[in-house]
Design a protein around this ligand. Structure first.
Ligand code: PEP
Ligand code: CO
Length: 448
């Protein structure tokens, strides 16, 4: 690693990054970013790595989730609170079902850049550059909006700082206190079946809390009841932005990304000799690698070798995203290789990205049943192979959107147009997220 520097990725082949027309403006924006304060501290990233090492050892479970793409338009306090609340509800169900600590990592406060399968998009015969996330260009389909604008990086940085600030306040300022679990309610959820089961869980937790109160263990005197640890993550795709926020930690003398606690490498940018892997090889944060059907055995070995040469537990999370019909074909051999190499990894399931289809109404959607099926297969395969199914990675929101079809409150293909708000991929709504949490909790207790 001796030749690594925060900008050594620039000597490698880089894909999925925009062509900025004004290089001077780009350099200016990157220089400004480099002068801004870090969003997170190295010590926090180390704490998360230690928690993920617990997951790798089978003693905790990872819940990672949030928007496919954050947007400048959806940045109100309510949006952040609704997301955090849905996330807390899920983790409560998971803690209760598994009796294990849940490591909470949001796809949030930095999840702005998107890889695209095509560089151009054509609508009614008009061809324009693809939308690449609000940190790069605008979603509106007109020529000016689609021009990459480096100043958007500064806006994304400031939005990330504000979002993180509110999330930190929620996590440690009382909102996340277990004594307030009954308040994490949402009006539109009240009639759903998952919510009835959620209420039962809350009642059991309230009983436990009253019992502890009798022993003088209260939220007031016990931090674990009063606060929660919440971490942030995103796909570190836009390397110029990431480089500017890469800082040397004064305690360890190591480099850390300070744009979030955990970064992951997308399925499209994990070429072992490419620029993204080069960048990731030098930062010490915990990192995720998306593993899709095109990942070869040879590449996986190269990636593990390059990204975790010391086989540090908690450093690597392998995020399997095959699709409900392909996981059986691919995951077992991946597990075999990791076992053979003796690598300590966190096994995580992303049941979203391999299950995207086009509805007859033209919307990109994901059938909830297929999402559930992929999660079930993930747990079963790990059980059969004697490995630990350590986490899930999902695209979700706390709002009542209609983006994925199915679930008990049955979103149909015709409903999709009602509240389809995502800037990229379809997300689970609050009710579907809660339903998924119950399924995962069941799978976890089945495989105990
Ligand atoms: C994503 O997580 O939004 C994404 C683009 O995933 P993948 O790299 O797995 O396709
Ligand atoms: Co996505």
């Amino acid at each position: 690693m001796s030749n690594w520097t925060p900008n050594s990725w620039r000597k490698k082949t880089v894909i999925q990054v925009p062509q900025y027309p004004d290089i001077k403006a780009l350099e200016k924006a990157e220089a400004r970013l480099a002068s801004f304060p870090p969003l997170v501290f190295a010590g926090e990233a180390r704490d998360l790595k230690a928690s993920l090492a617990e997951v790798a050892n089978g003693n905790a479970f990872l819940l990672q989730g949030g928007d496919c793409a954050e947007s400048f338009a959806e940045h109100g306090a309510d949006h952040i609170r609704d997301f955090f609340r849905a996330f807390l509800q899920m983790s409560l169900v998971l803690t209760h079902g598994s009796s294990k600590p849940i490591v909470k990592v949001g796809r949030v406060a930095g999840q702005f850049a998107k890889p695209r399968s095509a560089d151009f998009e054509t609508i009614d015969g008009v061809e324009l550059p693809s939308y690449r996330g609000d940190i790069i260009n605008a979603i509106e389909f007109d020529e000016t909006s689609r021009v990459p604008d480096p100043n958007r990086m500064l806006m994304a940085y400031r939005q990330s700082a504000a979002t993180l600030n509110l999330l930190r306040a929620f996590a440690s300022g009382g909102y996340a206190s277990l004594e307030r679990a009954h308040e994490w309610t949402t009006d539109f959820l009240k009639d759903s079946e998952a919510y009835a089961s959620y209420k039962e869980v809350v009642e059991k937790i309230e009983d436990a809390i009253s019992f502890m109160k009798a022993m003088n263990i209260t939220a007031e005197n016990t931090q674990q009841l009063r606060e929660t640890k919440f971490y942030t993550s995103h796909e570190a795709l836009l390397l110029g932005y990431e480089e500017a926020l890469t800082r040397k930690d004064s305690i360890s003398d190591d480099y850390y990304s300070t744009s979030g606690h955990m970064m992951w490498i997308g399925d499209r940018t994990r070429q072992p000799d490419g620029a993204h892997v080069e960048y990731f090889s030098g930062i010490k944060n915990p990192i995720g690698i998306k593993c899709g059907p095109s990942l070869s055995e040879e590449d996986l070995l190269k990636l593990l070798d390059k990204l975790n040469p010391e086989n540090e537990a908690g450093r690597i999370t392998l995020i399997a995203r095959y699709g409900s019909d392909k996981i059986e074909q691919h995951l077992p051999s991946l597990i075999e290789i990791v076992k053979r190499e003796g690598q300590k990894v966190v096994w995580c399931s992303d049941p979203m990205h391999g299950n995207t289809i086009k509805a007859s109404t033209g919307y990109k959607t994901r059938p909830f049943n297929q999402i559930m099926d992929e999660v079930k297969s993930f747990f079963r395969i790990h059980k059969d192979m004697g490995t630990y199914a350590g986490g899930v990675h999902i695209e979700m929101t706390g709002a009542d959107v209609t983006e994925c079809v199915g679930g008990v409150s049955a979103v149909t293909e015709d409903d999709l147009s009602n509240r389809y708000h995502t800037h990229c991929d379809p997300r689970l709504n609050a009710s579907q997220s809660l339903e998924l949490a119950f399924l995962i909790a069941k799978e976890m207790s089945n495989t105990k």
